[in-house]
Design a protein around this ligand. Structure first.
Ligand SMILES: Cc1cc2nc3c(=O)[nH]c(=O)nc-3n(C[C@H](O)[C@H](O)[C@H](O)COP(=O)(O)OP(=O)(O)OC[C@H]3O[C@@H](n4cnc5c(N)ncnc54)[C@H](O)[C@@H]3O)c2cc1C
Length: 593
């Protein structure tokens, strides 16, 4: 019995790092050996125990990522950052996974009162979660984007590290996303106080000085539509006092927050004129700044992340940006978090593939390793294409962001970034859910077992399509960018630029096919006459735009990489890749009007 408990504890602590792997394997052998003593061996397989896969260095193992960086990152700078990525990739496949498992198992706790009855609202988190925060600061996971050592390429470097980190971080990426978004918000709209007192902490590499930010928008009345806000901001000298309620506030362990509130009592049925506010969450003495933590949410996934619901009972805050323009101002923040969401989805896609691949090399069925079954190989190939294609999309958006922030983007590139950000977020999120599910299936029954640690990913990625904008809300946002911010023209210019650069003979067939697919899209967009038709088609159009963009980015990537000989099968896959033109329908065809 004691031996069994011992085994269970090790399994619970995570299956996949080198140390744990060895530990489990040793104990398992002892366990089966004991059984052999007491029973006869009925078949040659009676002692069989399935071995678990383990990850190697997540950077050096990812040949596609290295090809990508060789193609799009300046050579000298790449030499400089490679040792950092190598050490980081080793850790994401090692100790980070143990910390993430610790954070997942030892969920955050809310302690509302101390022994004497004082209201304290303390949030206790695991050591694993604290370690993941410390390493995020030390490794510059936010800082790299603001140090800008590699100019417009700094964002790509930063997001490659986040891509390595996220799937081993128990989604500590969530607080980092909001912290990064807050830093950008301060760069664009912040006054001297915010730049001096807050920005430095948000972008620090020193774990003692590193500060994180929350983003409190969602209320009981709505997250997509925040206009029925019940948070009121009363002037208090140069500051404001906020009272109201916030329904979802993630990483309530943050130091500061940006939130929305109305400076005027809204009339029932009318939109509240919302402004944006900055507030420290606790005072210097550790007491909360006019905030009560009502509860921590009991969530399907992201269990290591403390998400609270809050009562604002008089929180002292400062207005940021123009009065009444809060939603527009905070968009700067959530456009960054949407890109983080995209990178996170791709990180999980990569992890789903690498674990599935490793397991397929170990598991046997019907007389051979499952990786040798043609149909299983096809499944793995699909997963590989999904992670690589989505990575092309995510890294492209990261590069556009880097250009915008370093003032090297053209107007058309800025418009393209605005147009593609919601599309990248919604598409990669849905893909991560699809392949997190496939990855469970690759592990068969074991994949469904909680103590294998495998189901965590599926639970976690489900939130990627909800927070920072649901699929429908983002489709409508893409439509807004297309109609009001020149997004469609910018997308057209992008397609033409890729086509004009694609001169490699071997890729001409792919280019011709994509030209047709692009024409279908632009003709369809033009054919939509009414607002209702455009709204009804926006989600299908967003998926089409995503798949077209990925195919175009492959075309561009192949111009440099086809000659290596490693992507011949990729080209064949892309040629047979059926971007379904049938998905584009008008509201009338769908019977919606
Ligand atoms: C784990 C987790 C952590 C979170 N952390 C935070 C946080 O830190 N800060 C924060 O502010 N929020 C946070 N949220 C809340 C999240 O941002 C919202 O749940 C999300 O924006 C959706 O809002 P809602 O829940 O009000 O859904 P609703 O807006 O009510 O949406 C319900 C459904 O209606 C659809 N819908 C809505 N409007 C339209 C429309 N115009 N056309 C078509 N369909 C529409 C949506 O697509 C969705 O399917 C978190 C949520 C989760 C799950």
């Amino acid at each position: 019995m004691q031996l069994f408990l011992c085994l269970s504890q090790h399994v619970l602590s995570g299956v996949l790092t080198e140390n744990t792997h060895t530990a489990i394997f040793r104990r398992t052998s002892t366990f089966t050996a004991l059984n052999f003593v007491s029973m006869a061996q009925p078949t040659p397989y009676s002692g069989f125990v399935q071995q678990m896969p383990k990850l190697n260095n997540e950077f050096t193992d990812d040949a596609f990522l290295q090809d990508y960086l060789r193609t799009y990152f300046p050579t000298d700078s790449l030499k400089e950052i490679t040792p950092d990525l190598e050490q980081f990739g080793k850790r994401t496949a090692g100790e980070f996974m143990d910390w993430a498992r610790d954070a997942e198992v030892n969920k955050p706790q809310l302690i509302q009162f101390d022994a004497w009855g004082n209201r304290i609202d303390e949030i206790k988190v695991s050591q694993g979660w604290l370690n993941l925060e410390k390493v995020a600061a030390e490794d510059g996971l936010v800082a790299i984007g603001y140090e800008r050592k590699y100019g417009e390429h700094s964002r790509l470097y930063q997001f490659v590290k986040l891509y390595l980190y996220t799937a081993s971080s128990a989604i500590y990426t969530c607080p980092l996303a909001m912290t990064d978004g807050a830093a950008r918000l301060i760069e664009v709209y912040g006054n001297d106080f915010l730049k001096r007192e807050v920005f430095t902490g948000l972008t620090s590499r020193n774990p003692q000085q590193f500060k994180t930010s929350g983003q409190w928008m969602t209320e009981r009345t709505g997250g997509s539509d925040v206009s029925r806000s019940m948070t009121f901001a009363m002037p208090d000298g140069e500051d404001y006092i906020l009272s109201g309620h916030k329904w979802f506030t993630s990483a309530i362990t943050a130091n500061v927050a940006f939130t929305l509130a109305s400076t005027e009592q809204p009339e029932a049925g009318k939109r509240a004129p919302l402004s944006l506010f900055y507030l420290p969450i606790r005072h210097a003495d550790g007491k909360l700044n006019g905030i009560e933590v009502e509860a921590l949410k009991d969530k399907l996934g992201t269990r290591a992340l403390p998400t609270a619901q809050l009562l604002l009972t008089g929180a002292k805050a400062k207005m940021v940006g123009e009065k009444g323009k809060g939603v527009r101002t905070i968009a700067t923040l959530f456009n960054i978090t949407r890109i983080y969401n995209t990178i996170s989805a791709v990180s999980y896609l990569r992890r789903a593939y690498s674990l599935s691949k490793a397991y397929s090399a170990m598991r046997e069925a019907f007389g051979q390793k499952i990786e040798n079954h043609t149909l299983h190989r096809k499944t793995l190939r699909e997963m590989e294409m999904a992670y690589q294609g989505n990575a092309l999309f995510a890294f492209f958006v990261s590069r556009l962001l880097g250009k915008e922030e370093c003032n090297t983007a053209t107007e058309s590139e800025k418009e393209l970034l605005r147009f593609l950000t919601p599309v990248a977020k919604l598409y990669t999120a849905k893909q991560s859910i699809k392949y997190a599910s496939e990855h469970i299936e690759v592990f068969g029954g074991i994949g469904y077992l909680e103590d294998s640690g495998i189901p965590v990913m599926l639970r976690d990625v489900q939130t990627l399509s909800i927070w920072e904008g649901t699929t429908n809300v983002l489709s409508l946002d893409m439509l807004r960018a297309a109609e009001k911010e020149n997004g469609l023209q910018a997308f057209y210019a992008f397609t033409q630029e890729i086509f004009s650069k694609a001169q490699l003979a071997e890729t001409q067939q792919l280019k011709n096919s994509l030209q047709k697919k692009a024409n279908v899209f632009f003709a369809f967009a033009k054919s939509l006459q009414s607002a209702e038709e455009r709204i009804a088609s926006s989600r299908d159009m967003a998926f089409y735009v995503a798949e077209l963009t990925i195919a175009l980015l492959w075309l561009d990537f192949l111009q440099t990489n086809y000659a290596t000989g490693n992507y011949a099968a990729t080209l064949q896959y892309l040629l047979r890749y059926t971007m379904n033109e049938e998905i584009l329908h008008t509201a009338k065809e769908l019977g919606l009007v």
